[in-house]
Design a protein around this ligand. Structure first.
Ligand SMILES: Cc1ncc(COP(=O)(O)O)c(C=O)c1O
Length: 438
């Protein structure tokens, strides 16, 4: 009996060792600062915890918003018995690609007229784009086989930038360098520093630019500054790559239904006839976060180049996911195609923009009312979904511990996830953190 028992344990142990011998060697991943905030908030049992870390729009009731026009488009698709669920072509839904390019480049784009634009549907925007298209072998092929040179050429990204940018480039085996962008002293754009760093970038480097509503700072160059950036990018032979995640940006000057003004930076680069890459997302502006729908537009210098680039894109996509998902593309296409739905979309966008602007104002006034030391006007001056508060990591961690309020460690908060009810809670915490924690 004893022997049998020992034998069973022994067998189980051997079995266990054999069964777990491969995966047990996996090392734990290093802590991801963004994920650790998300997990800390998820695991916090406090009933009044507040998560202002995520870049997703929430209603006044704190709920995710499905746009009415999206529901309408889905209904229409559901009722249309001619819609099927077959595979899309490798580069996606043709109408979606055409309409996405039009949204980004404008109705009267010369580049489109001259057939030197390639647009393909992606798994959302930059995330899908980079993982697919900038993988070293793909990029090297595009650039005439100069793989080694391009792998080692730095990809300058703004400092700071969306936390995923450096991860995506690094995962693609590419080298990342930062150019100056934010000046903590002025809480504004470090324009001189930016120009200096771009001027020092090696020719052929891809420069990652956010077309509007810069995440995390909420600070964009003016049109005059964009023009100077364009000049330096072109004169240095850099390849501009726009992350267009926030067309519409929700500024205080947001013109009713004017999606065009947010694409001005991109269009300025396209108008000069040079090359340009644009990753267009429909996550934020149509609330289609989970549909993972976006487009990559590559503006080439000639139709011949565009044809070659397109052929390479198909080769890269095919082994990776064969063809992109159909549902999100069908929703976007339905809305962009139909002038009434398009108009309804812009009205709902205006509603979202107005709520964000109102939250900025309310937070600013609440901080002022508490007499919190410092100048907080940046809260109302910054644009887009986020505010780069200026709170330091120590203060952020303290607020999570004492007030159960969670934001990224760089002090960025999502204004779009605040409500009139949660603004006082956040203002109390900010006041306490600023007055008690250095
Ligand atoms: C600058 C920027 N790019 C891209 C994304 C992600 O967009 P998508 O959902 O289209 O991958 C975000 C999301 O927060 C972002 O801030």
């Amino acid at each position: 009996m004893t022997v049998l028992f020992f034998f069973q344990i022994h067998c189980r142990l051997i079995n266990h060792l054999v069964m777990s011998s491969i995966l047990s060697n996996v090392l734990p991943a290093p802590e991801d600062p963004v994920l650790s905030v998300i997990f800390a908030c998820r695991d916090d049992p406090c009933p009044v915890k507040l998560n202002v870390s995520a870049g997703a729009y929430r209603t006044e009731e704190g709920k995710p918003l499905v746009l009415e026009v999206v529901r309408k488009a889905e209904q229409q698709l559901a009722n249309d018995l001619s819609c099927d669920k077959g595979y899309l072509p490798i580069d996606g839904l043709a109408d979606f690609n055409k309409l996405s390019a039009k949204l980004t480049l404008g109705d009267d784009s010369h580049a489109v007229e001259e057939n030197r634009v390639v647009t393909i549907q992606c798994l959302s925007a930059i995330t899908g784009f980079l993982s697919v298209h900038l993988r070293a072998p793909g990029y090297a092929k595009w650039s005439g086989g100069r793989e080694a040179a391009h792998v080692n050429t730095p990809r300058p990204v703004p400092n700071p930038t969306w936390g995923n940018h450096p991860f995506i480039f690094t995962l693609a085996g590419l080298c990342v360098e930062y150019f100056r962008y934010y000046d903590p002293q002025t809480r504004g754009l470090d324009f001189e520093g930016m120009l200096e760093d771009l001027g020092a970038a090696p020719s052929g480097a891809i420069v990652v630019l956010q077309s509007c509503a810069h995440n995390p700072t909420g600070i964009d160059p003016t049109l005059e500054q964009w023009e100077k950036i364009r000049q330096i990018v072109r004169s240095k032979g850099l390849l501009p790559f726009f992350d267009n995640a926030y067309q519409v940006r929700c500024t205080t000057t947001f013109a009713f239904g004017n999606l065009d003004s947010d694409a001005q930076s991109v269009r300025m680069f396209v108008a000069d006839g040079g090359e340009c890459l644009i990753a267009q997302s429909f996550a934020k502006n149509m609330g289609l976060y989970g549909e993972r729908i976006g487009a990559l537009t590559i503006v080439c210098t000639s139709q011949d180049v565009a044809r070659k680039v397109h052929s390479q894109v198909l080769l890269v996509v095919r082994p990776m996911y064969l063809s992109p998902p159909i549902h999100g593309a069908s929703i976007v296409t339905t809305i962009l195609k139909n002038s009434d739905m398009y108009k309804d979309w812009t009205i709902e966008l205006k509603g979202m923009a107005d709520r964000i602007i109102s939250m900025r104002q309310q937070l600013y006034e609440a901080i002022q009312a508490r007499g919190t030391p410092g100048d907080w006007t940046h809260i109302i001056k910054q644009i887009g979904m986020f505010s780069f508060t200026g709170l330091n990591e120590k203060q952020v961690r303290w607020m999570a511990k004492e007030y159960h309020i969670y934001m990224t460690y760089d002090g960025r908060i999502s204004i779009a996830s605040l409500s009139s009810k949660t603004v006082p809670q956040l203002a109390d915490a900010i006041h306490a953190a600023v007055t008690r924690i250095a």
